[in-house]
Design a protein around this ligand. Structure first.
Ligand code: KIV
Length: 300
C-alpha cells in the first residue's frame, strides 16, 4: 500500500463539516416530514464508505448484496453474519456522518425472534452499525417489534426480497396484480405499525410505490420503484459499473469501473513486461558512501 499523499483528494460535493450533522434514524424520518429526498447507497469497505460519506450521502447500507457483488455468489443466500460484520466494521471506520445500516443476512432472523434480536444486536455491538434492515412483511412483525423493543432501529424491505428468490421464482418485479399490490400495501402499514423507521421498496410498480409512500408516515426508499418514493438507493457496484455479470433495468450506471480496472491492470502488465515500470521515481536509492562501504564489506 502506498503511503504517499493522494494526487486528488477533493470529492465533487463536500458539505462543510460545520453544516453537516450526523444522520440518525429519527433525522431520516424528519427528512420525509420536511419533504426532503433521502439518498442511500451500499458499501462494503472502508474507501467506498469514506467516499460516499464525503460526497454527502444520507445513509450507507452494508447490504447482503455483498454476497453477489463482492463475494461472487449467484444470490444473497450464502453470506453469513460473520462476513457481514467483517464488512460492517470496515464501513463504520470510513463513515462519519451517514446513518449506518446493517442488512440482516438470510437465516440470521427467520428462525426465531430471539435469534433476530441477538443478531441485530451484533450489528451494533460488533459491526459499528446504527440500524438494521430485514426483508419481509406480516411474517416479520414479531421480529421487528422485538428488535425495536431492544432499542435498535429497523428498516423494512418489501417487493423483490432477494432472500426469497427461490420462493419468488427469480429476481422479478413484484406487486404487479391487484391482489399482490394490496398485500404489499397492507404489509407496509403493518411494518410501520410494528415500529420500522423506514422501508425499502424494491422492484415494484412506480404507481404502487408512490401510493405506499403517501400512505406511510415513515420514509420509503426505492430501488426500481420509480420517482414517487421518499428516497432512492442503488447497489454501489451497479452504479459504478463494477459488477460485470448483469445490470438490472432500473440501474443508472454512473461509471464503468470494471472497464477502467481492466484498462489499468492491462497497462500495469504492459509496463512491467516492457520494463518501463518501476521507473527511477518509483525506486528508493542508497547513499553513495554507504553503497561503497557495503561493497568494501562484501569484498573483505
Ligand atoms: O442488499 C442490498 O444491497 C439491498 C439493497 C438492494 C436495498 O438490500
Amino acid at each position: 500500500m502506498s503511503t504517499a499523499a493522494p494526487a486528488v483528494s477533493t470529492p465533487a460535493i463536500q458539505p462543510t463539516a460545520s453544516s453537516r450533522k450526523k444522520m440518525t434514524a429519527t433525522a431520516f424520518r424528519q427528512k420525509k416530514e420536511r419533504g426532503e429526498i433521502i439518498t442511500m447507497l451500499t458499501a462494503y469497505d472502508y474507501p467506498t464508505a469514506l467516499a460516499e460519506d464525503q460526497a454527502g450521502i444520507d445513509a450507507i447500507l452494508v447490504g447482503d448484496s455483498l454476497a453477489m457483488v463482492v463475494l461472487g455468489y449467484q444470490n444473497t443466500l450464502p453470506v453469513t453474519m460473520d462476513e457481514m460484520l467483517h464488512h460492517s466494521r470496515a464501513v463504520a471506520r470510513g463513515a462519519k456522518y451517514a446513518l449506518l445500516i446493517g442488512d440482516m443476512p438470510f437465516m440470521s432472523y427467520q428462525a426465531s425472534t430471539e435469534l433476530a434480536v441477538r443478531n441485530a444486536g451484533r450489528f451494533l455491538q460488533e459491526g459499528g452499525m446504527e440500524a438494521v434492515k430485514l426483508e419481509g412483511g406480516r411474517e416479520r412483525l414479531e421480529a421487528v417489534r422485538a428488535i425495536t423493543g431492544a432499542g435498535i432501529p429497523v428498516m423494512g424491505h418489501l417487493g423483490l426480497t432477494p432472500q426469497s428468490v427461490n420462493q419468488l421464482g427469480g429476481f422479478r418485479p413484484q406487486g404487479r396484480n391487484a391482489v399482490a399490490a394490496k398485500r404489499l400495501v397492507e404489509d407496509a402499514l403493518m411494518l410501520e405499525d410494528a415500529g420500522c423507521f423506514s422501508l425499502v421498496l424494491e422492484s415494484v410498480p412506480a404507481r404502487l410505490a408512490e401510493l405506499v409512500s403517501h400512505k406511510l408516515n415513515i420514509p420509503t426508499v426505492g430501488i426500481g420503484a420509480g420517482i414517487g418514493c421518499d428516497g432512492q438507493v442503488l447497489v454501489t457496484h451497479d452504479l459504478l459499473g463494477l459488477f460485470d455479470r448483469f445490470t438490472p433495468k432500473f440501474v443508472k450506471k454512473y461509471a464503468d469501473f470494471h472497464g477502467e480496472m481492466q484498462r489499468a491492470f492491462g497497462e500495469f502488465i504492459q509496463d512491467v513486461q516492457s520494463r518501463s515500470f518501476p521507473a527511477a521515481q518509483h525506486s528508493v536509492d542508497i547513499d553513495e558512501a554507504e553503497w561503497q562501504q557495503l561493497m568494501r564489506d562484501l569484498e573483505s
